[in-house]
Write a protein that binds this ligand. Sequence first.
Ligand SMILES: [Fe+2]
Length: 138
Amino acid sequence: MDTCQIAWADSLSVGDGHIDSQHKKLIGLISSISEYIPKPKDKDVMGEAVEYAGTHFGDEEAYMAKIGYPALAAHQTEHKRLAIILMGYKKDFNEGRINMFSFKQFMFLWIRDHIMDTDRKIGEFLRETPESRYGPAE
Ligand SMILES: [Fe+2]
């Protein structure tokens, strides 16, 4: 697998302060996951990252609904797809057959690509739709 540094970069900004801050937190949680043979405590770190991803997705979906974002349903489908994959990883962890390095890389790359492609469109919508009551934060 192609590897990369798991860290926030300004190039990941979608142009909305609230969404960006949640993405930063999520990437921070992913980067704190152990890359090695999982120990029992790693279950909590992994669980926290997975749980926060769910919280963030719910929040982002509520925000899209609030601003009348037209591609909400397709965006939700992407979130659901990741949630299903993460359930599989949790099962693998519980059964002791997870590769933490692969998990970490997968989760970061998924989030990064999702931000760059799908989440960015929320920021574009806010900029291009002046009638939207909620403009991007700075
Ligand atoms: Fe999203």
